[in-house]
Ligand binder design. Structure first.
Ligand code: TXE
Length: 509
């Protein structure tokens, strides 16, 4: 592991990073630091600075100066696109290093991180490409007028990100924000800030002007409100829990600035009996247990046709009971730990509530005992509850751990009723061979992102965002580029003379 230009102390393997402001690492105004530990082993990976309110305001100030300088915001979109391509290329060369570090920080298996990170350069290629296509429109206007619209960047934008996909979530917000010409301040999750910091340094070396991308690490409750309240902040974009979303959206509303909220989820997975059973089971395992269930679109409510319900549960139990839990750094590992003691305790508490409320625990439900050096890791057995009812807490609330619920349905209407009976409306998938039914059902699902016969798939062009308590606004695609821009309407008189309204004639009588 090479920790590039950073403050590296002690063990050469450890990565100790400061804030990233104005194109360079910079010490925080406080000497407090957050230790980053491997959730599989407890080993120290490194640390990040605990930035303060003053550090956040300094970062916003520098981002504002960078914006006003025009070095990025006034650059031709084609040239911004070239730099975004260069960032994508630079990221490509460092993917193995980033994948290994994300595996050590999050506990997610190296196989998952390698697959996920291999797609990330595409966000820079895609948005670098469409940046030049951000064209205004010519619109009709009655009379002798030319009427057109044009786009410009918003200014300084604030990205607040979570720990479950530290780079993916950050970069899918960053690429459109930069493509549109904004400058950026980022508040990464306190427990997974290292790869975002190293990425910022990579971006500077790839040609991003200083001050365009700034990262302030630290406690969300301390520096988050300062970020949201900074007068130059022109938009807030959060991925996080629904409670945090309500707080951040409230501050954006107070300031009347736009916001994108990518919040909690409880994705239903509807399995019809014409799906080959092996495919349904493999799909369910993939939907539910990638990232140990710690993703906003994780399949958590499996709604399975009565006719195949028992066979499905039996096969799925056999499938997940055979998962190889182990050191995430090994390519043979199927499932790692959850990210923190807090996440482990929360998940265990939900498992207890499932048991006490009468759901049928069919596999898992315990901590996994693994040999040294994994004895203190936060490993939870993949857990399945069958025969759940819609009012169980494990069905109503986001667990964010390796716990899924299965319930039977009788007919299509019953399946839809169970799926839509929820405050969240983020991800969903429908598994069936019947093409008419697939589209009919999808149209009635209250979910912003739906897969048919698949799950989790993401692409820079494919819009991403939820309904209801899952938040609002869209990531990815042209939507994201538009949401990071402001559109101005311009009305141009073409008639040679301007009539004198107060000149005595009454044209409208
Ligand atoms: O999220 P938080 P956490 C859910 C999941 C998880 C729970 C808590 O259920 O167990 O949320 O996770 C910053 N002003 N999801 O604690 O607290 C914070 O520092 C501004 C679901 O990680 O929401 C971090 O950078 N910022 C979700 C970010 O917000 C504030 C993904 C998210 O932190 C802030 C992650 C404030 N007042 C968690 N308070 C998903 N569905 O994808 C905190 N932050």
């Amino acid at each position: 592991m090479t920790a590039t230009p950073s403050r590296t102390a002690g063990n050469a393997e450890e990565i100790h990073l400061d804030l990233y402001i104005g194109g360079a690492f910079r010490e925080a105004s406080s000497s407090n630091r957050t230790e980053i530990r491997n959730p599989a082993t407890g080993a120290l990976i490194g640390s990040a600075a605990k930035g303060t309110r003053e550090d956040m305001l300094a970062a916003v100030d520098i981002a504002a100066k960078a914006f006003d300088s025009g070095a990025w915001s006034n650059l031709d979109a084609l040239d911004r696109g070239h730099i975004l391509h260069a960032i994508g290329d630079a990221l490509k060369t460092r993917l193995p290093e980033f994948a290994e570090l994300e595996t050590r920080v999050t506990g997610r298996p190296i196989r998952e991180m390698t697959a996920q990170l291999s797609r990330l350069p595409e966000w820079f290629y895609y948005f670098g490409g469409i940046a030049r296509g951000l064209e205004g429109h010519v619109k009709p206007f009655k009379g002798e007028y030319l009427n057109y619209t044009q786009f410009s960047p918003l200014g300084v934008v604030g990205l607040i990100t979570s720990w479950n996909h530290p780079l993916l979530i950050f970069l899918k917000k960053l690429a459109p924000a930069l493509a549109a010409g904004n400058t950026v301040v980022v508040k990464p999750s306190e427990i997974a800030p290292l790869t975002p910091l190293l990425f910022a340094d990579l971006a500077t070396h790839a040609g991003l002007p200083p001050g365009v991308l700034n990262i302030v690490t630290g406690e969300g409750s301390q520096i988050g409100p300062a970020m949201c309240a900074a007068p130059r902040m022109a938009k807030l974009d959060l991925t996080g829990g629904t409670d945090t979303g309500r707080r951040v959206a409230g501050m954006a509303a107070e300031r009347l600035i736009p916001a994108t909220m990518e919040l909690g989820g409880k994705a239903p997975v509807l399995v019809f009996d014409d799906t080959p059973l092996d495919e349904a089971v493999n799909g369910a395992a993939f939907a539910g247990f990638i990232a140990s269930g710690q993703t906003c679109v994780a399949g958590t409510r499996f709604i399975v046709q009565q006719t195949i319900y028992d066979a499905f549960v039996e096969k799925l139990v056999a499938k997940v009971a055979a998962f190889r839990l182990g050191d995430p750094i090994e390519r043979t590992t199927d499932m790692g730990p959850v990210i923190s003691r807090k996440q482990m305790e929360t998940t265990l508490e939900y498992i207890e509530s499932g048991k006490s409320e009468g759901a049928r625990l069919v596999t898992g439900g315990e901590l996994a005992n693994l040999p040294a050096p994994l004895t203190d890791g936060y490993f939870i057995q993949p857990t399945i509850f069958a025969d759940v009812t819609p009012n169980h807490r494990i069905v109503r609330e986001e667990i964010f751990g390796p716990v899924i619920c299965v319930m039977p349905f009788t007919d299509e209407q019953h399946a839809l009723q169970l799926a839509n009976d929820h405050e969240f409306g983020l991800g969903a998938s429908v598994w069936t061979r019947d093409v008419t039914r697939a589209h009919r059902v999808v149209k009635k699902l209250n979910a912003g992102i739906v897969w048919i016969n698949d799950h989790h798939k993401n692409d820079p062009a494919s819009i991403w965002g939820g309904f209801g308590s899952s938040g609002y606004g869209k990531e990815n695609g042209w939507n994201a580029l538009h949401e990071y821009s402001k559109e101005q309407n311009v009305v141009v008189r073409l008639a040679p003379d301007f009539p004198d309204w107060y000149g005595g004639s009454d044209r409208y009588s």
